[in-house]
Design a protein around this ligand. Structure first.
Ligand code: ADP
Ligand code: MG
Length: 696
């Protein structure tokens, strides 16, 4: 490095105009050094390099316009405003100001030439610019810039203008020292873009740069940085994994006799895969560092049983176990399963969900605190501060794709605070029925060990899946009637594009009453997210008990619900859902020994991609094959669940868009050319705003 310190070591106060006070404000943007500022990348760009003819303006476009004032009038619409008519040689346009002074109004004298910048919107008077920046064109008009203008993420106390001028200063220092951390020959040839050049380009793209390409993140400068950013995230997860193994956990050797009693009471024996996975878990639990294991297994593979066996191990070693489920319905189902299995063995089970009545909640909390309940089932309400465990040493998280990395860390911290002793961390078992393709798993869950239940319990009937057009709804209703006549039960799942529980509930209600009208003698019930928990429970119980023939539901039944006599599932508008979710839904049937059917009642017209996805679902019954297909058709967002991806905030990279870079990322991460020091610097450079990833 020529001449002194690198920019990673140069404090932001080295820039002109940045004192301690302003440095604190910048700290809120996680900018402490000049390098941090350079990695604070624009969200988007404005093109002020060229004047746009009025005729070429379209709504939503940000543009520089120059024209002559034709009129300036105060108008009284819903709100008083100043309306200025501007004309160039291609057309006219209105500027609208809601706040203005008399002096401002007088500036807009007829015939004056104005240059303005703003976003075009459709207004009462045709295209309008609301509160544009304006400037009178004359002798002192500022030059138009020759680069695109960056728009940065801001915080209170920092303006765009100020940030831009700081970045200009930082760019001038660029040559002296942003360290190229990636070994050039590790980069694919298309991405050998020098780091300094990439930063320069992204902060100040030249006039004429392809804004569309940049908005899509496809410019090589962006891809080069995206690769580095993904690598930094990957390394931080590897670091996280390494730090787990440095933390102490209570070894739980367990006692096989409890397990033997338990297995002896089961009406079936474990599958080979369940046995193998149980052994992997048991070996982890004996260690004095926390288990961090992801258990993947297709819908119906029998994960709950594996969880119960893990819990038994831990409890026989005297520890307390928490089981966390993503929904109340599922928590309730787990409570019931675990009570049924464990109470005969004399083990107390408590339940903590958000909907418990105050008195009941107190009772359950007391049981947890005293240790009278050795197993606690709940929803994320288990995180709450008033829950204190006696000696929590194993945390089991079901359907992980519904929870994010942050919650995973939170529960771990909670365990450490309440656990066996303040300094010990509980073991964690994370279960998911969403099979995660290997590349993605290696990146998104690089901090976990993986076990896979790759075998279904014997005697499962394959689910026969058919796709039928919504125009033939009548025939589908006949099928429901037929199934009910044979004493089978069925689900009818309503989907909506909007993620609104209220709208979903309404749609399901409408469908339920339509079906009730059309289907004679079929006992119909309705379950959706807006029902009170005890109401939900009542409906689910009635369905389980066979008192309801057809359950009309929203996708709340997606995860985990287990009713073996239900052998027919209708999914309305399946094209609205992701493949993984559909596969989960479909897994609600085919759980007993009766042949099961899933009818995909699609809306027309069906897009080509929609058709391909339904086809994939009909062809494959294996969740992994479906997940691979999903990755190909929809990208990783679907597979990891939106919450998961939503929470990993990248600056340049987009896990979905840039999934093709992941194999490179893994290759580079494994390369010997990345020294300890380089790893540390990469993580610091990209993740300084997420210390919990790096430190946890
Ligand atoms: P998932 O992996 O989807 O959570 P569950 O744990 O709910 O699956 O199991 C699905 C069903 O299979 C349950 O009814 C469970 O009792 C049953 N089951 C689990 N393991 C076996 C087995 N080894 N043999 C037969 N049935 C099993
Ligand atoms: Mg399950």
């Amino acid at each position: 490095m020529s001449g002194g310190k690198s920019l990673a070591e140069t404090p932001i106060t080295a820039l002109k105009g940045v004192g301690d006070k302003f440095a604190q404000v910048l700290g809120k943007l996680h900018i402490a050094t000049v390098q941090d500022l350079l990695f604070h990348l624009p969200l988007r760009y404005q093109d002020r390099t060229r004047v746009v003819p009025i005729a070429a303006l379209a709504p939503g476009m940000d543009a520089v316009i120059e024209g002559e004032v034709r009129a300036a009038d105060v108008v009284f619409g819903r709100r008083r405003s100043l309306l200025v008519k501007l004309q160039d040689n291609t057309g006219t346009l209105s500027l609208r100001f809601f706040h203005f002074t008399a002096a401002q109004k007088n500036r807009f004298a007829r015939g004056v030439r104005i240059r303005c910048y703003g976003e075009a919107r459709r207004g009462a008077a045709g295209l309008e610019l609301y509160h544009p920046e304006t400037e009178i064109v004359g002798a002192e008009t500022s030059d138009r810039p020759d680069t695109l203008t960056p728009v940065y993420p801001l915080t209170e106390g920092v303006s765009q203008t100020r940030l831009r001028s700081l970045v200009q200063q930082a760019l001038a220092m660029l040559e002296h020292g942003v360290t190229e951390l990636l070994p050039t020959d590790a980069l694919p040839s298309t991405l050998r873009y020098p780091l300094a050049g990439a930063l320069q380009y992204l902060h100040a793209p030249p006039a004429g740069a392809d804004l569309e390409q940049m908005a899509e993140g496809q410019h090589p400068a962006q891809q080069r940085l995206a690769l580095e950013e993904l690598l930094a995230h990957h390394l931080s997860l590897l670091e996280l994994r390494r730090s787990h193994s440095a933390v102490a956990a209570p070894p739980l050797p367990g006692d096989a006799s409890l397990e033997r009693d338990f297995l002896a009471r089961l009406p079936f024996s474990l599958t080979g895969a369940q046995r193998r996975v149980c052994a992997e878990i048991a070996a982890d639990l004996e260690q004095s560092r926390p288990m961090m294991r992801l258990l993947q297994g297709d819908v119906g593979a029998g994960k709950t049983l594996v969880a119960a066996l893990a819990a038994l191990r831990a409890m026989s070693a005297g520890a307390q176990v928490a089981v966390m489920a993503p929904t109340e319905i599922l928590a309730e189902q787990h409570r019931r399963n675990f009570c049924g299995w464990l109470e005969p063995l004399g083990i107390g089970v408590a339940q903590i969900t958000g909907s418990l009545k105050a008195s009941e909640r107190r009772r359950q909390l007391a049981a947890v605190e005293s240790g009278e309940a050795q197993l606690v089932v709940g929803t994320h309400a288990l995180f709450q501060a008033d829950v204190s465990f006696r000696n929590l040493a194993l945390v089991i998280i079901d359907e992980q794709h519904r929870f994010g990395v942050r919650q995973r860390l939170e529960l771990r911290e909670k365990g450490a605070a309440d656990g066996v002793s303040g300094r010990l961390q509980p073991h964690q078992l994370i279960m998911t029925a969403t099979p995660i393709p290997r590349t993605l798993a290696m990146s998104a869950f690089a901090d976990l060990d993986c076990s896979v239940i790759d075998e279904l319990p014997p005697g499962r009937q394959p689910i026969n899946t058919v796709a039928i057009s919504g125009e033939r709804r009548d025939r589908v209703m006949e099928r429901v009637q037929g199934a009910v006549a044979e004493a089978r039960q069925a689900y009818w799942v309503c989907t909506l594009i909007e993620d609104s529980e209220t709208l979903q509930a309404q749609a399901a209600e409408t469908t339920a009453s339509e079906l009730a009208e059309a289907l004679d003698g079929v006992r119909i019930a309705l379950v959706h997210g807006r029902l009170k928990p005890d109401e939900k429970e009542r409906v689910m119980n009635a369905f389980k008990a066979g008192e309801v023939d057809l359950l009309v539901a929203t996708t709340v039944i997606e995860v985990g619900v287990d009713v073996p006599n239900a052998s027919l599932m209708i999914i309305e508008n399946p094209e609205r859902l992701g493949l993984a979710q559909l596969h989960q839904l479909r897994g609600r049937v085919g759980r007993g020994s009766i042949a099961s059917h899933c009818v995909l009642l699609y809306g027309t017209p069906l897009s080509r991609n929609g058709r391909a996805r339904l086809q994939a679902l009909r062809q494959h019954s294996d969740g992994f094959a479906i997940a691979e297909e999903d990755l190909r058709l929809r990208g990783p967002g679907e597979i990891l669940g939106t919450r998961q991806t939503g929470e990993i905030e990248h600056r340049v990279a987009d896990l979905q868009r840039d999934a093709h870079l992941l194999p490179q990322v893994q290759r580079i991460a494994a390369s010997a050319a990345l020294t300890e020091d380089i790893r540390r610097q990469l993580i610091a450079r990209w993740l300084q705003n997420r210390p919990r990833y790096a430190e946890a």
